[in-house]
Design a protein around this ligand. Structure first.
Ligand code: ZN
Length: 206
């Protein structure tokens, strides 16, 4: 379990923590756990999320187990800098949907003494590094990769598999019937099966 290197002392600068993993891996729960601990230490905490994330509730981040905490929806990462004087700990949820400027914003916050905790998907459903997350991993002090469980074989799941019902849009949030976590092997097998199916339906249409 991640334990804070400092919580009430006064280190020379702030730092960046990343919590990443597949869908259903518990990223948001871990973000909320850390933010609640900071609140207990009487630190001023704020959470930002992309404003397109409106599942379940506005102005709150809600994890799959209904644990929630209030959050501010913003369109562009630069808006985080507008209110930074008022807070000591800054959380960012669903960071994969933010613009690439988030990397510079987080570094500026850390330099100004803020503790920045960023949670997001490390890969999209195609298994490709997602948005600003790969660059954030490179510049952060602490990285926690969390895993879901693959429902097919019980291994640790690293990938987010998009089921047949999902629309062909990357920007679809983690609804259980559209995506499922899969281990590397089951994710790869499903991909090969899909390729085979696609080529059969192409042959049939010729
Ligand atoms: Zn598996």
């Amino acid at each position: 379990m991640f334990l804070e290197p400092y919580i009430t002392q006064d280190p020379k600068s702030g730092w960046i923590e990343i919590i990443c993993g597949s869908m259903f891996s518990g990223k948001t729960e871990e973000l909320i756990r850390r933010l609640k601990r900071a609140k207990i230490a009487n630190q001023k905490v704020v959470i930002f999320k992309p404003s397109l994330d409106t599942r379940y509730a506005d102005e709150a981040i809600v994890s799959h187990d209904n644990n929630f905490i209030h959050a501010i929806g913003i369109q562009h990462s630069s808006a985080i800098l507008d209110s930074l004087e008022d807070y000591e700990v800054i959380g960012v949820d669903e960071a994969q949907f933010f613009d690439l400027e988030l990397v510079a914003v987080c570094q500026e916050l850390a330099l100004k003494g803020k503790r920045v905790i960023v949670a997001g998907l490390d890969m999209d459903y195609l298994g490709k590094p997602f948005g600003p997350i790969p660059a954030l991993l490179a510049v952060s002090e602490y990285i926690t990769k969390v895993h879901a469980i693959c429902p097919h074989c019980g291994s640790l799941a690293t990938h987010s598999y998009r089921t047949e019902q999902a629309p062909s849009d990357l920007v679809v949030l983690g609804e259980k019937d559209l995506y499922e976590p899969r281990c590397r092997s089951c994710y790869s097998k499903a991909g090969q099966l899909k390729l085979k199916k696609d080529s059969i339906s192409k042959e049939e249409s010729v």
